[in-house]
Design a protein around this ligand. Structure first.
Ligand code: HEC
Length: 414
């Protein structure tokens, strides 16, 4: 297994080709550029997203259904290693269009970025199992024992092997390599983000050689929604109604196919407030932590003593029992990212102790989030700090205080 790269956008899990970094390429936003006219529907479409052609067709159909003209504002949402900035989405929604199409939300607990509201889901996407079309498997459980399955490092499907001892992970750093291993018949199956594999197969005229099935695994199902400014509630509700009308008349499915399916949720009138109040997914909160500027920017020179030696000792064993299977015996990273060193806690990543502790407490172990006691988590955090070069001291690390700790977490070159 190769050492994982720490890449904030890859750590988003869904970043594989989805709208996850927004760079405005079409000039500064001006209020004048948004057609405020009631006879025009204006949408923003991310040209870097594999679902852009689908969103374009959907927008056209919705505009026709409303007897309105369509104005499309294109933007390039491909991010860089610094992750992406919700402010750009808010600026788009404020100035450029009534609705930003093609935003993926985790079907179990995704929420719209702060300051924006999500439309009802209009499509169902997610991570799929891809196999040669001759395969009879339609789920991980139905793959023959011993099947190697290609996955991209730090994407959700890395977590699915745990529950399926019949298969083994073949981990690649990039989606392109994961897909190549399948297409070149090196691996007999792959788990990939549906729009990414579908656009690849379409472009290479391979759609009849391979087939895909939605995975029925934790956080494999995602909804496509539009995002809008709270002030555009009227346009959004009209959009929801048009989508519902298209769906009822059978017109929606052909627009979404083959990138996405019709959302099975019966979504008419489901607004964001009804759509679940769970915390944002781990991956998004991790990215947000990375893009937030340092409050006060603490100095990396003085490594404070934050825990006792006894805590770190106890944490070492608990880490081995609960975390090492994914993060490695020496925190070097395996299915999960490395938890020590420059790739983990670089000054650039701008992590604070509280950011990491929140991820650990709320989302880890990823197969059973929140399943350990407060003491267990605190001791494991002490061990992670020790391994990143922080000294032991006489005051113990305290659970509640650590959740809000603003102490910078920077690898001290131990
Ligand atoms: C079943 C595998 C698995 C187990 C067990 C697990 N993790 Fe993770 N962890 C992951 C994966 C995968 C990620 C990357 C995000 C993702 O894709 O979910 C992650 C992310 C993290 C992160 C965020 C790292 C970053 O750079 O953003 C931390 C911190 C973390 N895990 C700590 C722990 C700790 C502590 C434990 C034990 C209590 C643990 N994990 C157990 C799979 C696991």
């Amino acid at each position: 297994m190769r050492a994982p790269l720490r890449n904030p956008s890859a750590a988003l899990g869904i970043s594989v080709g989805v709208a996850l970094g927004v760079v405005l390429m079409h000039g500064p936003a001006t209020a004048a550029s948004m057609p405020a006219n009631a006879s025009t529907l204006s949408v923003c479409i991310d040209t870097s997203s594999p679902v852009a052609p689908m969103d374009r067709k959907l927008a056209q159909a919705v505009a026709s259904q409303q007897h309105r003209a369509l104005a499309v504002h294109e933007f390039d949402g491909s991010g860089d290693d610094d992750g992406y900035d919700y402010k750009n989405f808010r600026a788009l929604a404020a100035d450029q269009c009534q609705i930003i199409l093609g935003y993926p939300l985790d079907a179990t607990r995704g929420t719209a970025p702060a300051g924006l509201v999500a439309t009802a889901p209009y499509g169902r996407i997610g991570f799929v199992l891809v196999t040669p079309s001759a395969s009879r498997a339609d789920s991980l459980a139905s793959l023959p024992k011993g099947t190697d399955v290609a996955v991209t490092n730090e994407t959700m499907p890395n977590l699915y092997f745990e529950n399926h001892p019949n298969i083994a992970a073949d981990i690649y750093q990039k989606d392109a390599d994961t897909i190549a291993s399948l297409v070149e018949h090196h691996d007999r199956a792959a788990m990939v983000w549906r729009p990414t594999i579908v656009s690849y197969l379409l472009a290479h005229h391979l759609t009849s050689d391979f087939k895909w099935h939605q995975l029925d695994e934790p956080h494999a199902r995602w909804n496509l929604v539009g995002l809008h400014d709270p002030a555009q509630a009227g346009a959004a509700s009209a959009f929801d109604h048009s989508v519902a009308a298209l769906r009822d008349s059978g017109g929606l499915e052909p627009l979404l196919s083959p990138y996405a399916s019709v959302s099975a949720d019966g979504t008419r009138g489901v607004r964001r407030s009804d759509a679940g109040t769970g915390s944002p997914i781990l991956l998004v909160s991790a990215a947000a932590a990375m893009t937030q500027p340092a409050a006060g920017g603490g100095s990396p020179d003085a490594a404070p003593a934050l825990y006792t030696a006894a805590q770190a000792d106890a944490g070492k064993q608990k880490f081995a029992d609960n975390c090492a299977q994914c993060h490695g015996d020496n925190l070097e990273g395996m299915a999960g990212p490395a938890l020590k060193g420059d790739l983990f806690a670089s000054a650039k990543a701008n992590f604070h102790v509280g950011d990491i502790f929140n991820i650990v407490v709320k989302n880890m172990p990823s197969t059973q989030p929140g399943s350990l006691s407060h003491d267990d988590y605190t001791q494991i955090m002490a061990y992670i700090l020790q391994q990143n070069g922080y000294p032991a001291g006489s005051n113990p690390l305290v659970f509640d205080a650590t959740l809000t700790s603003n102490v910078p977490l920077i690898y001290r070159g131990k």
